[in-house]
Design a protein. Structure first.
Length: 349
């Protein structure tokens, strides 16, 4: 690695010259993906491969497979015959059609590096389909995690590697030491955490488990509506009782975090998900509203009890609900006497 002064000199020279972003991003092949806000992409979400058909339905000819983390250009959304009853939307690709539930919609939007990270760090989101976080700022280092589009992390340091490539140190609350190329991260400004409609009275959320939808109300006026994925049914500890982990009834939001590394589950169905963004806890069992990057199958129960949301929806709800979260440290927990927005979990619409 080179010195901080050398890093600043390298970054400043690139900015002053109006230099193009590097065409080689290691690890994470951004140069091979179409880039820009007009190029909507789809990433095959692990663990399985995704079939690409000749037409938008299961009776089309199988043209090819997209392997996990393959990225393809989405030409448009079309309605066909869904593989599942709650979703009939397919993504038309440059070659064939893929079922939308199995592709994470992403963009490839590389960024210029911050010349200096202020004390306390900067919240940032991954803005390319994925990037590998490594054990040290060196393309040859071991991978710690693969970080996906829309995940949120705190960047704590900017530095340059021996080959002149620019890297961020990425904070992980579980203690993992991670570094990743700066191009993969879009800094989040404090204004992006500003509360939405803070003056509104009687804010509350209604979640309809049967319909798998969520609505935000200000008094009797619905101001927001979206599909979610709540807890999927599983057998409890006794081996007989069916549970879904999403508790019914009214619950106040008691804790919120800009980002959370979520782990849990069993050996057979465990999860290890760094950088889950826009988390709002509302139940004692840890159930929360949060961003989701590991599937696009909203409208069907999928979680261990949380309410999975599209990233933009989760961010809106995070800003709209109480309590408000300061940029630093990026989390808040309140007492019952000062509880936040109520989340009412209803079994029927």
């Amino acid at each position: 690695m080179i010195s901080r002064r050398a890093f600043l000199k390298t970054a400043a020279a690139a900015l002053a010259a109006g230099a193009a972003l590097p065409q080689r991003l290691e690890p994470g092949p951004s140069a091979v993906w179409p880039s820009g806000p007009g190029a909507r992409l789809g990433r095959a979400a692990p663990p399985g491969a995704v079939r690409v058909y000749s037409r938008p339905g299961p009776h089309g000819n199988l043209l090819r497979w997209m392997q996990p983390d393959d990225v393809a250009l989405i030409v448009r959304d079309v309605v066909g015959r869904g593989l599942l009853p709650h979703n009939h939307v397919w993504f038309e690709l440059e070659e064939g059609y893929a079922y939308s539930s199995y592709l994470q919609p992403v963009f490839n939007l590389p960024n210029r590096p911050l010349t200096q990270v202020p004390d306390g760090g900067v919240w940032a989101e991954v803005s390319i389909p994925y990037v590998d976080a490594l054990a040290r700022p060196d393309p040859a280092a071991d991978r710690v995690y693969r970080l996906y589009y829309s995940t949120v992390f705190k960047v704590t340091e900017a530095l340059a590697a021996f080959d002149g490539s620019l890297w961020y140190r990425v904070y992980d609350e579980n203690g993992s030491r991670m570094f990743a190329p700066t191009e993969a991260f879009r800094p989040i400004s404090p204004e992006e955490l500003a509360p939405i409609s803070p003056e509104a009275e009687d804010k509350h959320l209604e979640v309809y488990l049967e319909a798998q939808t969520l609505s935000a109300f200000e008094g009797e006026r619905e101001v927001f509506h979206t599909r979610i994925s709540s807890g999927a049914y599983f057998f409890g500890a006794d081996g007989h009782t069916l549970l879904n982990g999403t508790p019914g009834g009214a619950h106040p939001i008691w804790s919120k975090r800009v980002s959370r590394h979520m782990t849990g589950g069993t050996l057979e169905s465990g999860y290890d998900l760094p950088g889950v963004g826009w988390v709002a806890y509302f139940a004692a069992n840890g159930a929360a509203i949060h961003s989701t990057y590991w599937h696009n199958d909203f409208g069907a129960p999928k979680s261990h009890g949380c309410l999975n949301c599209r990233p933009d929806d989760a961010k809106w709800l995070f800003r709209w609900t109480a309590p408000n979260v300061p940029y630093h440290p990026g989390d808040i927990t309140v007492q019952w006497s000062n509880r936040g927005t109520t989340v009412d979990i209803l079994t029927q619409a």
